[in-house]
Design a protein around this ligand. Structure first.
Ligand SMILES: [Cu+2]
Length: 146
């Protein structure tokens, strides 16, 4: 009884910044910029936080892009038209895509804690419109913009 009261008090007093959070990323057919995409396509979280990919519209998935992960980070590969939850432990940048719409630029970037692999990710080449999408995302990342 006494121990549980102490634990409860500690949880109440813990600063919210240390609590893991979940950020939602929607997979949609029509973004504000037109065409299918992830909303948002640039997300900043802390190690231990999670992303919940929501299949708002069918026909999309979320999968990490080989070569666009921090060293030793776990890749992820969501099923088509299904929600996916991923918890990120390793800090760094994670590039991801929708497999059927990669070439028309349905990609995104997750920033986990400190950035240390940006140069490597920027050198990655992508098919079709994905190259321009990542260029735009990295410009916002560098400008600290949403
Ligand atoms: Cu898609």
């Amino acid at each position: 009884m006494k121990i549980s009261l102490v634990l409860g008090a500690c949880l109440l007093l813990a600063p919210t910044a240390t609590l893991a959070k979940t950020v939602e990323v929607r997979m949609v057919n029509n973004t504000a910029g037109g065409g299918p995409g992830f909303v948002p396509d640039l997300v900043r979280i802390d190690p231990g936080d999670s992303i919940h990919f929501i299949a708002k519209d069918p026909g999309h998935n979320a999968q990490s892009i080989p070569g666009m992960l921090p060293e030793d980070a776990e890749p992820f590969d969501g099923e088509m038209s299904r929600d996916l939850s991923v918890t990120f432990q390793k800090s760094g940048l994670y590039g991801f895509r929708c497999s059927p719409h990669y070439f028309i630029g349905m990609v995104g970037l997750i920033v986990v804690g400190d950035v240390h692999n940006e140069a490597a990710l920027k050198q990655q080449s992508h098919p079709g419109m994905a190259q321009g999408s990542f260029k735009n995302i990295f410009q916002r990342l560098d400008a600290n913009a949403p």
